[in-house]
Design a protein around this ligand. Structure first.
Ligand code: ATP
Ligand code: RIB
Length: 306
């Protein structure tokens, strides 16, 4: 479906330790968890996996350390068919995320950025050239890396999509003219000062973000409500599909990857958002981060939960 698209992702590569428990302990409380496991994650690597699973020719730009986790993560990128030639291995420690998932599938995440915060902006930007059709970035690396890569991609005419995770008040004014900027609810609040709780606040927040970065589209990810599109004139809310929620981790990464590819393929933001919703609703029905990413067949045979 997307195999003619040549994409790159600049961003984080983490080992995720997932801790499942019915209830998150209060301060001083000692509870038994149900199970735990290590999975490959990081917003950047998840989005790269999302693109590659959907068939795009994908390159990852980032950094790990030359340690056990770093080696496993690179091997995993390669297993997913991702070009890892722009993943440097001279970080001091590979990124790690501790993810707590409660009985309702809700997550709480602590990220140790480590090598992800040591990416060299110029080195990363040097990996971007006009052979690419699409660039995805997130905010789980340092600001200069994001800014340098986005501005280079814009200058080269590469379609650029920004996923604003994790929540921080990033200096959006340093990048002007991206195609799509897509924060989730917390990220929207961090960037606009407004929690997108209802249609009026979705509109107000979208306008503020649009004014700051001058994107073509502001697409808010609204969890079980789906997503919204603001193009500077019209606001549209696009509901998602019913899903049996197990773990929401990486739903946003999955949404952004599918959104970006479908947008690059067809140029219609609403069709792209619908594809993002399908992918996101599949992701929340699966445990883990990169393991949640659908394939083209999953999307083609998609059925909404009862
Ligand atoms: P993450 O947990 O990865 O941080 P996020 O907070 O960035 O996710 P969300 O807004 O929670 O992103 O989810 C991304 C997309 O996934 C939504 O826009 C929607 O399409 C889909 N989605 C999320 N939650 C649900 C749900 N409960 N049911 C169906 N679809 C969902
Ligand atoms: O978006 C989910 C990701 O956030 C996890 O895989 C974790 O590594 C953190 O970066």
């Amino acid at each position: 479906m997307y195999k003619n698209i040549r994409a790159a992702v600049v961003g984080s590569i983490n080992m995720d330790i997932i801790l499942n428990m019915e209830k998150v302990p209060d301060v001083g409380e000692n509870l038994l968890g149900t199970n735990y496991g290590y999975v490959c994650g990081g917003k950047g690597a998840n989005q790269a996996t999302g693109l590659a699973r959907l068939g795009a020719k994908t390159k990852m730009i980032g950094k790990v350390a030359d340690d056990t986790n770093g080696r496993k993560l690179i091997e995993n990128l390669q297993k997913n068919g991702i070009d890892s030639s722009c993943v440097r291995t001279d970080g001091t420690q590979t990124g790690l995320a501790a993810i707590i998932i409660d009985g309702e599938g809700r997550n709480r995440i602590v990220v140790y950025e480590s090598a992800n915060s040591e990416i060299d902006p110029k080195d990363a930007a040097d990996c971007i050239d006009d052979s690419l059709d699409l660039l995805l970035v997130q905010f789980e690396t340092n600001e200069d890396v994001v800014v340098e890569c986005v501005n280079k991609a814009i200058a080269q005419g590469i379609t650029t999509v920004i996923d604003c995770g994790p929540a921080k008040n990033f200096n959006l004014e340093r990048m002007q003219g991206v195609e799509i900027i897509s924060p989730n609810e917390n990220e929207t609040e961090a960037l606009s000062g407004i929690s997108p709780a209802d249609e009026a606040s979705v509109l107000e927040a979208s306008k503020i973000i649009m004014k700051r970065i001058k994107a073509k589209y502001v697409v808010l990810k609204l969890g079980s409500r789906g997503c919204s599109v603001w193009d500077g004139e019209n606001l549209k809310i696009i509901p998602t599909y019913k899903s049996n929620v197990v773990d929401t981790t990486a739903a946003g990464d999955c949404f952004t990857a599918a959104l970006a590819l479908e947008y690059k393929k067809c140029g219609d933001i609403y069709t792209a958002c619908d594809m993002g919703n399908k992918a996101g609703s599949i992701a929340v029905s699966r445990m883990g981060a990169e393991s949640s990413m659908p394939t083209v067949d999953d999307l083609l045979n998609f059925k909404e939960a009862e």
